[in-house]
Design a binder for this molecule. Structure first.
Ligand code: M6R
Length: 607
């Protein structure tokens, strides 16, 4: 995804656009650019790579003008070069875009046939050229926008400025989120409220298909049929301070240390500490009778859903299917009448998860989303939502949002178990008590992280790493591998420990560290014996366990990291933190870009 921002104001736009782009850089960092209106003419500055490069360009070639648009890019169509960097446009119009214009090839061919010459390989340039075509024929900015939007297929958040229209910007949204911010005699547009946080907290969210004419005195909204509509202005909870790094080196480090607070805040929403009962939010289906749940998500959120699957089956005895959203949407899933779906997402904007959500709704499923960003597309399109209380997560790697997702799924599983009459009040009280202790255990774990740093010094030397886990810790092994790959670019695989001898054990040699999640509990002996099989073949075993499991594992493991002893039910939440920490420390040792790993973006709003 890309980040877009716009300002119509009375002071220089470029510094404010740059500041907002800093807050949007997590959305993409392949290139960046700004365009402003200077004496009625469009001027722009662009640079390949990170925002800092654009800052240097602006230092050398200042950009005046009080109306402008800015963009930070995650490349889809066309290489991440300066030429393909947004804004795109002509002398009449300049455009920034987040999303994909699916019919760009057809539009390009049509315009080229009329003699239009394109400068870039981007899909976005077709929007600029179409607008220009209508403007050249005498259309107003509003007329050109209306006509152009009707030709576009795909997903977009757009912000546009027009030569000769000094205090005007037009924004449009289909598929990609867009917020309009209200200031004092100035107005803003941004991909999210976070970007606008230091500028204003008064936000109107554009709805699907909306477009808006934004001037320094307000905004007029139109729906997809060009009818004037009203969009409510709300006060966002975000403040400028919420999105700083504080005293931490990286956002990820800060976010790792927020685990105890985030887990506490999230659990407090869904557990009544006095009755020790899970408190279910309003649900769009009756968990007592729902015949099947379909869980779906992408990346780490999918791994949280996988843990959820274990919990819903074990605790609530509900039949569950879970699938990666990009697979589910093309798998032609068979879902039961009266069934329900649970989608999991930090951003609420991941294109594949959103598409799977829409498909499941079409198939008659009631959809509940576990989502961190209220007002996101998923939150708004679902039949019901359960919010994680993780706050803004800026580091590209999901950390606190992931454990908050686990916390919510755990509470849902308990509530569903009670609703179905398969979880006694006693067991519910025991399990909620275990959950409520997790924030304190997380804090203890974060305070005593030296063992994990030592482990990182071993892992950083490896070319390949295996992560093993069993039961609900198997998805956490996958999460460990995903985090390590994503942050340190070291190849890692996660396996179910019992699956080792069906193939992966052939990989075992002293150069491949085997990192196992093996706390005490019903699956301890089984996992430990799988590890011994690997150790017997020369494998270097490194384990996360607890004080009960540690003595027997020390007999053959090269390193044993002892975590707090917890009920096996909550072990996935607690074990997620050290595998994230490990990946963080390895990345720091390797010197990779922790908050903005190569080729990635925080939310993937394209297919
Ligand atoms: O915003 P979402 O939770 O829907 O994002 C899903 C994945 O893209 C995300 O979890 C990704 O895998 C993370 N970068 C992993 O750390």
């Amino acid at each position: 995804m890309c980040g877009i921002v716009g300002v119509v104001g009375r002071v220089d736009a470029a510094p404010r656009l740059l500041e907002a782009l800093r807050r949007l850089e997590y959305r993409g960092y392949d290139s960046a650019g700004i365009a402003t209106l200077v004496n009625g003419h469009i001027e722009r500055r662009r640079a390949e790579g990170k925002l800092i490069n654009l800052e240097h360009v602006l230092d050398r070639h200042a950009l005046p003008g009080t109306t402008g648009i800015g963009h930070t890019r995650w490349a889809t169509h066309g290489a991440p070069t300066e030429r393909n960097a947004h804004p795109h446009g002509t002398t009449r119009v300049s455009v920034v875009h987040n999303g994909i214009i699916e019919n760009h090839a057809e539009l390009r061919a049509e315009l080229e046939a009329e003699g239009v010459v394109f400068e870039t390989e981007t899909d976005t340039e077709t929007v600029a050229r179409l607008l220009d075509h209508h403007l050249a024929a005498g259309a107003t900015p509003e007329g050109a926008t209306s006509a152009t939007l009707k030709r576009l297929n795909g997903a977009f958040g757009l912000a546009m400025i027009f030569a000769g229209h000094g205090r005007k910007m037009i924004a449009a949204r289909r598929g990609s989120p867009l917020a309009v911010g209200y200031g004092e005699e100035e107005m803003f547009v941004g991909s999210d409220a976070l970007a606008l946080a230091p500028l204003t907290r008064r936000i109107a969210y554009m709805e699907e298909g909306d477009w808006a004419v934004v001037t320094d005195s307000g905004a007029q909204f139109f729906d997809a049929e060009d009818r004037k509509v009203e969009r409510a202005v709300k006060l966002t909870a975000f403040s400028g301070a919420a999105v700083g790094k504080g005293n931490y080196r990286h956002f990820m480090e800060k976010e790792l240390h927020e685990h105890p607070v985030v887990l506490g805040d999230t659990l407090r929403q869904y557990i009544d500490p006095s009755s020790r009962a899970a408190v279910l939010p309003e649900l769009p289906f009756d968990p007592a009778v729902v015949p099947r749940l379909t869980l779906s998500a992408c990346g780490s959120a999918y791994l949280a859903a996988q843990v959820g699957r274990y919990w819903f089956e074990q605790i609530a005895r509900i039949p569950v299917d879970s699938d990666i959203a990009s697979e589910l949407r093309y798998r032609e899933p068979v879902v039961p009448k009266g069934g329900a779906a649970v989608m999991v997402s930090q951003s609420g904007e991941t294109a594949d998860t959103l598409a799977a959500l829409r498909l499941l709704k079409q198939l008659g499923q009631k959809v509940l989303s576990v989502v961190n960003v209220d007002e996101s597309s998923m939150a708004r399109e679902s039949d019901g939502k359960v919010l994680t209380v993780a706050g803004p997560e800026i580091g590209v790697a999901s950390t606190k949002a992931f454990t908050a997702q686990l916390a919510v799924l755990a509470c849902l599983a308990l509530g569903f178990g009670r609703a179905r009459g398969v979880l006694s009040a006693e067991d519910e009280a025991r399990l909620t008590a275990a959950l409520l202790e997790v924030p304190a255990h997380a804090a203890a774990l974060l305070e005593n992280g030296e063992d994990i740093q030592d482990l990182a010094r071993e892992v950083v030397q490896a070319r390949d790493v295996l992560f093993l886990g069993r039961g609900s810790l198997y998805p956490i092994a996958l999460e460990g591998a995903l985090k390590l790959k994503e942050l340190s670019y070291i190849h890692a695989e996660g396996y179910a420990a019992g699956e080792m001898k069906h193939g992966p054990i052939a990989l075992i040699d002293p150069a491949v560290p085997v990192i196992a999640l093996c706390p005490s509990g019903p699956l301890f002996e089984k996992t430990a014996s799988n590890l011994q099989e690997a150790a017997a073949r020369g494998g270097r075993i490194m384990v996360f366990t607890d004080a009960i499991g540690a003595p027997s594992l020390r007999r053959f493991a090269e390193r044993v990291v002892v975590l707090p002893t917890v009920d096996p039910f909550v072990a996935p939440i607690l074990h997620a933190i050290p595998v994230q920490l490990l990946a963080y420390h390895v990345a720091v040792l390797k010197g990779t870009d922790v908050d903005q790993p190569r080729n990635l973006a925080k939310a993937v709003t394209v297919e």
